[in-house]
Structure formats: structure tokens, C-alpha cells
Ligand binder design. Structure first.
Ligand SMILES: C[S@@+](CC[C@H](N)C(=O)[O-])C[C@H]1O[C@@H](n2cnc3c(N)ncnc32)[C@H](O)[C@@H]1O
Length: 207
């Protein structure tokens, strides 16, 4: 039976629409060991937990991890709570090549410097298996070049008052070359009315 529109939120939660697109493209399989890096309260893994995937999550915020452990205990009681831990993206307690899919949604623009940004992306890449997919959504300058108040280096003042690290297209390309990554699709950037640009960056590690 097809689920009613009113029940979709129970199934998918607030799943990012661009991640939903990856699901529809068949790039996340049932058996895939998946890491949500910077998972927050787990909005992007609600469906994946219910679908029975071996999901892991890290976040630097202990309260977010407490909430995601609660969510996982309800939706996927077979998973150990230790799959969800407090950790920093720049030093993750996982072995190399551990995950078939690594998600990193709305986290990388909190980088503290270019070196920190690069280190976080390298860590995401390190724990990804050959053939695996790295899916990132991050705020960038793409489409808003010269329109945002520039502070210094890659830092910009956002309309909500915070200073964010905004990668540009060259930095992303440079990292891809350094990592030897293949783009699974072109960069896709959503512009929020001259406030911010949210880019979807989807990479594959060579098998
Ligand atoms: C805007 S929330 C996004 C949460 C979730 N990924 C989502 O899409 O709803 C950003 C999250 O990244 C976490 N975060 C930021 N920098 C981090 C870092 N260096 N290591 C681990 N978590 C980090 C924050 O604690 C926060 O939970």
C-alpha cells in the first residue's frame, strides 16, 4: 500500500531532499555501513535506521548524540548505542575504509580554518571504502561570488550574523584532485535569496 502524504514525515523525518535524491538513485544500499558525520539530532538517518541499515553517527555535541541514541533505540533497537558517539570530524575513531557511505550535511562550513576544513574532508575520505560515496552539503560562495561580506581568507559574515567558512569551487576541485576523488555528479547549488548558497558535493572513491 502506498503511504499517505500525511505519514511521509513519520517515515522520512526531515530527510534532506538532496539525500533523498541519492536514495532514489539507488546509491545507498540496504546493507551499506553508513556514517553520518556531524549527525546533529539525526534528522537524516531516521529513515535509514528504520530501513535497517548499519548506521553510525558522530557529533561534537553531547546533547545531540544523546538525542540520536534515543532515536536509534526506538527505531533500530538492534544497533548498539555505541554506534553514536561524541567525536570531532577532524579525528574520527574509525578505521580506514570502514564505511560504504559517509554523509556530512551542513557541517563543513563550521570549519575554523582552511587547514581544519581540509583535515575534516580528509578524515571523511579516510574512513570511506573504495567504491564508496561521500555526500556533503555545505554552504559555499558558488553563485554568490562578490555578494557576501568577506571577512578574511574563506570567512564571510552571514545574514544571520554568524561568520562561516565558505569554500569556493576551486577549493572543492583542489581537494578532489588531492584525494583522487571522482565526482558522481556536478556540483548542485541552491541559492537562498542572496543569503546563502548550499552546495551538494557528491564524490566516489575509486574501487
Ligand atoms: C547545522 S547542524 C547539522 C546537523 C545534521 N547533519 C543535519 O543535517 O541536520 C551541524 C552539526 O555539526 C556538528 N559539528 C560542527 N562541527 C563539528 C566537528 N568539527 N565535529 C563534529 N561535529 C561537528 C554540530 O555539533 C551540529 O550538530
Amino acid at each position: 500500500m502506498v503511504p499517505a502524504p500525511s505519514s511521509l514525515r513519520n517515515i522520512f523525518g526531515n530527510l534532506d531532499i538532496y539525500l533523498f535524491d541519492q536514495l532514489l538513485k539507488g546509491r545507498i544500499k540496504e546493507y551499506t555501513q553508513l556514517l553520518d558525520a556531524g549527525c546533529g539530532n539525526g534528522r537524516n538517518i531516521q529513515y535509514l535506521l528504520q530501513a535497517g541499515l548499519p548506521v553510525f553517527g558522530i557529533d561534537q555535541d553531547a546533547e545531540a548524540i544523546r538525542q540520536v541514541q534515543e532515536r536509534a533505540a526506538l527505531l533500530a533497537p538492534h544497533l548498539p548505542p555505541t554506534n553514536f558517539i561524541v567525536a570531532d570530524l577532524n579525528n574520527m575513531p574509525f578505521t580506514d575504509n570502514q564505511f560504504g557511505v559517509v554523509l556530512c550535511s551542513a557541517v563543513l562550513h563550521f570549519a575554523r580554518s582552511e587547514a581544519h576544513f581540509r583535515k575534516m574532508v580528509q578524515e571523511l575520505w579516510r574512513v570511506l571504502q573504495p567504491g564508496g560515496m561521500l555526500f556533503c552539503r555545505l554552504s559555499t560562495t558558488i553563485g554568490l561570488e562578490n555578494k557576501l561580506p568577506h571577512l578574511h581568507d574563506y570567512f564571510y559574515q552571514m545574514s544571520h550574523g554568524k561568520n562561516w567558512f565558505l569554500a569556493d569551487a576551486s577549493l572543492l576541485l583542489n581537494l578532489e584532485i588531492t584525494l583522487g576523488a571522482q565526482r558522481l555528479e556536478p556540483l548542485k547549488t541552491l541559492l537562498v535569496e542572496e543569503q546563502r548558497a548550499m552546495t551538494t558535493w557528491v564524490l566516489q572513491k575509486s574501487a
